[in-house]
Design a protein around this ligand. Structure first.
Ligand SMILES: Nc1ncnc2c1ncn2[C@@H]1O[C@H](COP(=O)(O)OP(=O)(O)OP(=O)(O)O)[C@@H](O)[C@H]1O
Ligand SMILES: [Zn+2]
Length: 684
């Protein structure tokens, strides 16, 4: 019997590949079912060596070749390999988890009901119910504005791996510009990957794609969607459509980036600055950054778009690495809304609301228009307080306060560990019975506005009010249908929505974000406020945005009033250059977790000591900071500390980490810690 040796990637937390054999050759990129210890796992063949690395006698046979999907193509494997290398993770942690779940679950192939596996079952289902897809109503193409036309002229779809940054103010018609580029690429018979940060919040986008992307015979191009909210079977179906070339367009969130596309011709990354592009667990990749890599690999254009680009992308554009395309005017000849600051140190506040805001709300309601009150904090009040002894509603498991939520039944909830508890009827320390809610969350704002403006229909949209599937869509539909006068919401309402009658935006408590520890806090605040301000007056003039603040002279607010992103970016980049922060240096972050803070800190100190070893490659270009506890040190009874690693030289940083980080597994065991290594961390 012949033995064909296979080196297989498995999703296990061990570095390297694993040796198996089969009696017949198996192509690279094929999935195989194997035994691993006592478990069965689905892995992927990465190499077919002449000889195994282990003692050939001990190498086991695979259990099954899974050839219901054609082997993953070379370019896809190269993308995965790059991601594994760049983020310093085993290849198996990349190639397996990014597959639709039925393709990586052994039970989907081995159970009594497996009937030839998930793909065979899907085909059988499809045969039974072969309903042709619904035809979307075509949306007429508007005539391009001069700026849109100029931008479009500069985008070359057949000159290799070009990178573009479409910098367009809110409402400037970035979407239409994407549509036109996409249509050119589709007309050549190629596929388009369209990435958005959160698809659930932007059904409008899908609607637009379906209505606008039609060929010259008015036949709609086939569009597949992909996001984590899809049922597993549906995701597999869409994935196959794209992989087999049946779908022309893939619209999806960050995970869509890893879909094999045989005929990819263009990648668009909308709202490229958005933090949702960063995966925050497992393989902590940036889908935006990998999209740029994929564009390079495929020699195709990548278009990044934003009204407030990430400072990294802006810097690249300034350096000439990306071609900057600017849309400075709104598409509909409606001017941008005026943004005004309300100095809350000088105003007579009524429960935290300035007279300017109240008056503006009254006027908006009188005119029969909509208002949006933006507050990035859900719940009723961020903390409960005892006026007698000073007790505060500390979460017992976290270094954070439990938040008061009102509802059918009131409860306290910690937004870090998620733990819920009943509301204290009296102070647990001194017994005082009159506990006061301090500060405000969206529920309290909703309550106040409903009392203050009894004639108005007030609606709240936040993670709490949209917990049930489909409820976000239903609530937004109410807003669009004009059934809402005052909308209260968190950042959920700020993204992408084209509200037609919104004439006033009020921003509360923005200052809390100004002094967050993270060096990206000002960038985030600016982008969030520009975004939410951009919801106002998209279809009529005279819209206003009022931002309440104690620090009107702060550069974030000054740039905001002038709606001058380049001014803001230049200021921030200068500061970052002076103090040595990204994009002028590259960062890596190790976060250690332990039951005891001492252990986590000791582990990191020891790790830092090892980092000083003179023989580590690149170490002369690398600076390792001191270990520090996280700002929110304890979450769910786990203490957390971090170690920041910095270098002006990306290659040196990676060479250093490649040599240093593998030693840390043993060290962490010794200190009974867990740790994660993150490249280009977003939260510090
Ligand atoms: N050339 C055009 N002529 C007329 N209307 C246009 C044109 N291009 C876009 N629009 C309309 O302008 C509005 C804003 O466009 P769009 O939503 O694409 O802007 P955007 O730049 O993506 O904004 P945001 O960043 O706020 O999401 C939409 O109602 C769109 O239909
Ligand atoms: Zn907690």
């Amino acid at each position: 019997m012949a033995k064909y040796w296979l080196r297989v990637a498995l999703d296990v937390p061990l570095a390297g590949l694993f040796d198996y054999y089969h009696e017949e050759p198996v192509a690279i990129g094929t999935r195989v079912l194997v035994s691993f210890g006592v478990r069965q796992l689905i892995g992927m063949v990465i190499q077919t060596p002449e000889q195994p690395e282990y003692n050939a006698e001990q190498v086991k046979a695979i259990r099954m070749v899974l050839d219901d999907v054609s082997p993953m193509p070379r370019d896809w494997l190269a993308l995965a390999q790059f991601a594994a290398q760049y983020y310093h993770r085993p290849l198996g942690e990349v190639v397996i988890p990014v597959l639709p779940s039925p393709l990586r679950r052994p039970a989907a192939y081995t159970g009594k009901l497996s009937k030839g596996g998930p793909v065979a079952r899907l085909r059988a289902r499809q045969k039974k119910s072969s309903t042709p897809p619904k035809r979307a109503k075509a949306i007429a193409a508007p005539e391009l504005t001069a700026e849109q036309a100029a931008a479009l002229e500069q985008i070359h779809i057949d000159q290799g791996a070009r990178r573009y940054l479409l910098f367009g103010v809110t409402g400037s018609g970035k979407t239409e510009t994407y549509m036109r580029v996409a249509l050119q690429v589709l007309a050549q018979g190629k596929q388009v990957l369209f990435m958005v940060p959160e698809i659930n919040l932007t059904p409008q986008f899908e609607h637009m794609l379906r209505g606008r992307l039609v060929d010259e015979h008015n036949q709609p191009y086939r569009i597949a969607v992909m996001h984590s909210g899809l049922a597993a079977g549906k995701r597999l179906e869409n994935w196959l459509q794209v992989y087999e070339g049946d779908a022309n367009v893939l619209l999806g969130t960050r995970l869509a980036l890893f879909t094999p596309m045989p005929n990819l011709g263009l990648i668009i990354v909308d709202e490229e600055h958005d933090h949702s592009y960063k995966q925050q667990e497992g393989l902590r990749y940036s889908a935006r950054d990998l999209a740029l890599w994929r564009g390079q690999q495929q020699q195709i254009p990548v278009v990044l778009g934003s009204a407030t680009p990430s400072l990294e992308s802006w810097h690249h554009a300034q350096q000439g690495h990306y071609q900057l395309l600017t849309l400075s005017q709104r598409a509909k000849s409606v001017p941008l809304p005026a943004i005004e600051l309300v100095d809350t140190r000088r105003a007579q506040l009524e429960q935290g609301y300035s007279p300017q805001l109240i008056t503006a709300l009254e006027k908006t309601l009188e005119a029969g228009q909509q208002a949006l009150i933006f507050l990035n904090r859900r719940g009723y009040a961020p903390v409960l307080h005892c006026g007698s002894c000073g007790w505060l509603s500390q979460c017992p498991h976290c270094s954070a306060y439990a938040v008061l939520h009102k509802g059918y039944k009131h409860y306290m909830q910690c937004h870090h560990c998620g733990g819920q508890s009943p509301v204290a009827k009296h102070c647990p320390d001194c017994g005082y019975v009159d506990l006061t809610p301090l500060g405000k969350g969206t529920q309290r704002v909703e309550e106040y506005l409903a009392q203050r403006f009894p004639q108005a229909r007030v609606l709240r949209i936040d993670a709490d009010s949209t917990r049930r599937k489909g409820s976000a869509e239903a609530l937004f539909a109410q807003v669009h249908a004009g059934e809402v006068d005052i909308l209260v919401g968190t950042q959920m309402v700020s993204k992408g929505h084209d509200f037609s009658r919104l004439a006033l935006v009020g921003v509360l408590n923005a200052d809390t974000m100004l002094f967050a520890q993270d060096f990206r806090a000002p960038e985030r605040l600016f982008s969030q406020l520009m975004q939410v301000a951009g919801r106002a007056g998209r279809h009529q003039t005279g819209a206003r945005v009022l931002v309440q603040t104690d620090y009107p002279e702060h550069v974030v607010y000054q740039a905001l009033v002038q709606q001058d992103y380049p001014l803001f970016a230049e200021h921030q980049l200068q500061q970052r250059q002076q103090v040595g922060l990204p994009p002028f240096v590259y960062l890596a972050l190790i976060t250690a977790e332990s039951k005891q803070l001492d252990q986590a800190m000791a582990f990191l100190r020891h790790a830092k000591q090892w980092a000083q070893h003179p023989e580590l490659p690149g170490m002369e270009h690398v600076f390792v900071y001191d270990a520090v506890p996280l700002r929110i040190m304890r979450v769910a009874n786990i203490e957390r500390a971090q170690l920041l690693i910095e270098s002006p030289n990306r290659l040196a940083l990676h060479a250093f980490i490649r040599a240093w980080a593998p030693q840390l597994d043993e060290l962490a065991k010794y200190y009974r810690c867990k740790f994660v290594l993150e490249i280009d961390p977003q939260d510090i």
